[in-house]
Design a protein around this ligand. Structure first.
Ligand SMILES: Nc1ncnc2c1ncn2[C@@H]1O[C@H](COP(=O)(O)OP(=O)(O)OP(=O)(O)O)[C@@H](O)[C@H]1O
Length: 286
């Protein structure tokens, strides 16, 4: 599968935080969900891709070009939504369009106004009078209106109600339909990622724990409900972590079919992305 973005052995250190060796590939035509707890390194990774911070080592390639050397060219084909909006609060969408249409040669005025209408965003209202959900929808509208090939969104659905989140997720799914576009979507809301992502990358303390196809991941992982005696029969590489619940020992296993072959009467529940995150971050190992 052709890739749209590739990070190889990226390094970045801040006092008390380190990304030691991060590698990641986003294929063309997919939504890659990027999950991890607060402070795991999601925004740092996104800023590195956008050349907004200096990295200490490694390579980042976007559309086959070097993200640092060719950063300016690349940015024209990327739509970005960061958690903080950088537009002056006293501007309205029409005034913003004047600025953006002069920055992007590919700015599509008709499409911008179509999106404003679809999202029910008033054109003459200043950003400062917009609600949080409206601001986010406006940010996404601005990111899409120059027809980027890659959309990078940092926490674009956080703090929004389920109806607005659903509308936004629909727009994302439309965006990747032509199989040339990709989305890199960081979110704490694992249910949103579960809904729309084709691939999932999970980062923990600056390290990639997993980066896999979502359906395969959810089919393969499971939560084994068991006893301490049976648990001790598992090999080290057969489980991720365990957590004690009221009556059982819950063990996140990577390959539930393999466990079922070993323990035919085992009770194994479906694991969600949230479970995978919780067990990895808060679970214990022997
Ligand atoms: N400019 C900076 N100076 C010092 N430390 C920083 C800087 N930027 C980020 N960090 C640190 O890097 C770590 C990762 O932060 P980052 O913002 O990438 O996490 P995140 O996964 O996006 O978290 P969140 O979900 O809370 O936004 C944190 O410990 C943070 O304090």
């Amino acid at each position: 599968m052709e890739s749209i973005l590739e990070i190889k052995h990226m390094k970045k250190s801040y006092p008390g935080f380190q990304i030691k060796d991060l590698s990641l590939t986003i294929p063309k035509g997919v939504i890659m969900g990027f999950i991890g707890e607060n402070g795991a390194g999601k925004t740092t990774t996104i800023k590195a891709i956008l050349n907004m911070i200096h990295i200490d080592g490694g390579e980042i390639t976007v559309f086959g070009k070097d993200a640092i050397k060719d950063g300016k060219t690349i940015r024209h084909d990327i739509g970005v939504v960061l958690s903080e909006s950088s537009f002056p609060e006293n501007m309205n969408p029409v005034q913003i369009e004047h600025v953006l249409s002069s920055v992007y040669q590919t700015w599509d005025c008709a499409y911008y106004h179509e999106l404003l209408q679809n999202f029910q965003l008033p054109k003459d209202k200043r950003i400062k009078d917009y609600s949080k959900g409206m601001r986010m929808k406006l940010n996404i509208t601005m990111a899409l209106a120059h027809h980027p090939k890659l959309l990078i969104l940092d926490e674009a659905t956080s703090g929004l109600d389920p109806i607005i989140r659903d509308e936004i997720l629909d727009v994302f799914m439309d965006f990747i339909q032509d199989e040339e576009h990709s989305i890199f979507l960081s979110s704490h809301i694992t249910s949103d990622i579960e809904k729309v992502a084709d691939y999932v990358t999970f980062i923990h303390k600056g390290e990639i724990v997993l980066s896999e196809q979502k359906d395969e991941l959810l089919e393969s992982y499971g939560i084994l409900k068991t006893t301490p005696e049976i648990f001790t029969a598992l090999k080290e590489d057969e489980y991720v972590a365990y957590r004690k619940s009221s009556f059982t020992l819950d063990v996140l296993v990577k390959n539930k079919d393999m466990i079922l072959r070993k323990i035919p009467d085992a009770i194994i529940d479906q694991a969600s992305l949230e479970d995978i995150m919780l067990f990895t971050v808060k679970g214990e190992r022997l």
